[in-house]
Design a protein around this ligand. Sequence first.
Ligand SMILES: C[S@@+](CC[C@H](N)C(=O)[O-])C[C@H]1O[C@@H](n2cnc3c(N)ncnc32)[C@H](O)[C@@H]1O
Length: 218
Amino acid sequence: MTTEKFSKRNLDPRLSSLYTSGGDKQKTYDRWAKNYEADLVNDMDYVAHIDVAQIFNQVFKDKNARILDVACGTGLVGAELGKLGFTQVDGTDFSSEMLKISVDRGVYQDVYQHDFTQPLDRKGQYDALICVGLFAFHEPKITDIIHVIQAVRPQSYCVISVNGAAWCELELETAVRSEAVKHGFCIEKIHKSRYIKREGINGRIMVIRSPEKFRIDE
Ligand SMILES: C[S@@+](CC[C@H](N)C(=O)[O-])C[C@H]1O[C@@H](n2cnc3c(N)ncnc32)[C@H](O)[C@@H]1O
């Protein structure tokens, strides 16, 4: 178990409301949508979308498969997957304002709203999924990961990032391994990656295989 320490005291104020409890996170993302890329990518050097897409490309080779980008935001991940040659990517997010920008970017075939603290209606429809930036300090909790994994068919690849500061502070490796046992998915590999460089926050990228069989009551 790693013991890296992270202080929220010195955090950029644009991130602190997301990393503390309370408040309506959906509204916060709606309000942030227009400045999201200028703030996070340009000012804070957010690179998670690049690293996670690279790992996805290493493990998943079918460029014409149906892929879901979970918590797609403004479409940064979709754009990376497009550059790598993936042709059939849908995007989903709970923020309608983030989704509007992702639609304008033109990198997704279909885009729809969903809150991943809740189970998905469109279960088992995708051949693989990628999820960047959804799991951090507060909701959705790591116990909601099954709502994400349910989007794919049995035994499909799910490449999911976690904020590295939250990973260490909340001991999320233990938590996610216990979810894997509970739901029958397999964590094949956990990579350490870049995340938000200027804030000194790294990430973890989990390569997961969905369960052989999903439980009916999930
Ligand atoms: C840090 S951003 C990452 C966006 C995009 N994946 C990227 O790499 O630029 C986190 C995204 O998760 C979305 N999000 C946060 N909580 C969510 C939830 N419970 N359900 C669905 N989307 C959520 C936010 O709206 C936001 O677009």
